[in-house]
Design a protein around this ligand. Structure first.
Ligand code: SAH
Length: 357
């Protein structure tokens, strides 16, 4: 028994070494790394990952101002609080002027990337979105615009890109098709989501994918597939955060994911693709008051404080108790800076593009 345990421990550390050197493992090896997770492996991984990150980005932490432009959504994702079937959701959408006001405030605060995120709201046609993007890029040519507006047609992605959008975040949610079906209604498809990511890449966007950790029905094998997908796709960004249940969704009774697994996976992702931009997400900061710090120390290098008008922040509720005030708020950037300095990092004022070498 004792002998067996020693062999297991040796195996996990040799897998971690090989991941650090080769940036690749087999599907089964990733699965092993996940099922045999222990505090010591997590510590070794986070040390290697943060060292790797420092080698590329130094102690810089990139910030993005998150503007939640609409909580109308035509989709019915089972985990999401703004799904169309949620009658308790108080719907809103921002006007172009309101969005521009957020950018104005954000720019003064030192943000050089604006992330426009929302539900799939058909109000935001290509013409309306292109107009907003052009206005932002005209007024703030030193800034990057990131979109996170879900699945659209290839021609739509192209139009938005030509209007000046630089980046697009579209979490793949899970790389396991059977798992995807358990998280989404039958009218949504895994293949379309993956196709969207490929189209975004082909058009020339810097692309972000990602997934929730601890989402309902997620297995270690599903997570291993997420890692293998990142290894093959090499996204510019990868957003991961714990699943947190929302009371007005079919998953209200499901347990939340945890910060430790999220951090463990952040470290693995950093070793898989060293230059990848990894946010310490709002969900991580929500599930654990020190989530942002833990994420950074595990290898993340981006934070995305909330820059939405204060009046709508609580309405953009993907999950319950979403952190959007205090240090999650763009207005409290100084306090966030202090927290980052306390762990040896520095928030920088720049677009924060990927350093691909
Ligand atoms: N409509 C856009 C933006 C989605 S919201 C899109 O489809 O891409 C951004 C991310 O929040 C989602 O991709 C999902 O991974 C995450 N999310 C949604 N509900 C959540 C929940 N209950 N807990 C944690 N994260 C959630």
């Amino acid at each position: 028994m004792e002998q067996n345990n020693i062999q297991k421990t040796e195996k996990i550390f040799s897998l971690i070494d090989s991941l650090e050197q080769q940036h690749t493992l087999s599907l089964m090896e990733y699965e092993y790394l996940i099922t045999h997770r222990c505090p010591e492996a997590a510590r070794v991984l986070s040390e290697k990952a943060s060292r790797m990150c420092r080698r590329i980005y130094g102690n810089a932490i990139y910030i993005r101002g998150l503007i939640e432009i609409s909580n109308f959504c035509k989709n019915d994702c089972l985990y999401c609080g703004i799904r169309r079937s949620n009658r308790n959701c108080d719907r809103y959408r921002l006007t172009a002027d309101e969005i521009l006001k957020c950018c104005e405030e954000g720019h003064a605060l030192g943000f050089r990337t604006f992330v426009l995120q929302g539900g799939e709201d058909s109000f935001f046609t290509d013409d309306i979105m292109c107009d907003i993007i052009r206005k932002i890029k005209n007024q703030y040519p030193d800034c990057a615009v990131t979109l996170s507006l879900g699945e659209r047609s290839r021609s739509s992605y192209l139009a938005l890109f030509e209007a000046g959008a630089d980046r697009y975040l579209l979490r793949h949610e899970t790389a396991d098709e059977e798992h995807y079906k358990k998280l989404h209604p039958p009218d949504m498809s895994f293949s379309n989501r993956m196709q969207c990511l490929q189209e975004l890449r082909d058009i020339g966007y810097q692309v972000g994918c990602g997934f929730m950790t601890g989402s309902p029905y997620q297995t270690a094998f599903a997570l291993a597939q997420d890692l293998k997908f990142v290894e093959a796709f090499h996204p510019d960004m990868c957003g991961i955060g714990p699943f947190i249940p929302h009371t007005s969704t079919p998953f209200y009774h499901m347990p939340a994911g945890d910060a430790e697994l999220t951090c463990y996976l952040l470290s693995i992702l950093r070793l898989i693709y060293p230059p990848v931009l990894l946010p310490a997400t709002t969900a991580l900061g929500t599930i654990d008051p020190e989530g942002r710090e833990k994420g950074i120390l595990a290898g993340a290098n981006v934070v995305m404080p909330n820059l939405s008008p204060v009046s709508v922040r609580s309405k953009y509720q993907l999950y319950n108790n979403k952190a959007c005030t205090g240090d999650e708020s763009a207005q409290n950037k100084n306090s966030l800076s202090q927290r980052m300095e306390a762990i040896g990092y520095e928030i920088v004022t720049c677009r924060g593009d990927i350093k691909r070498k």
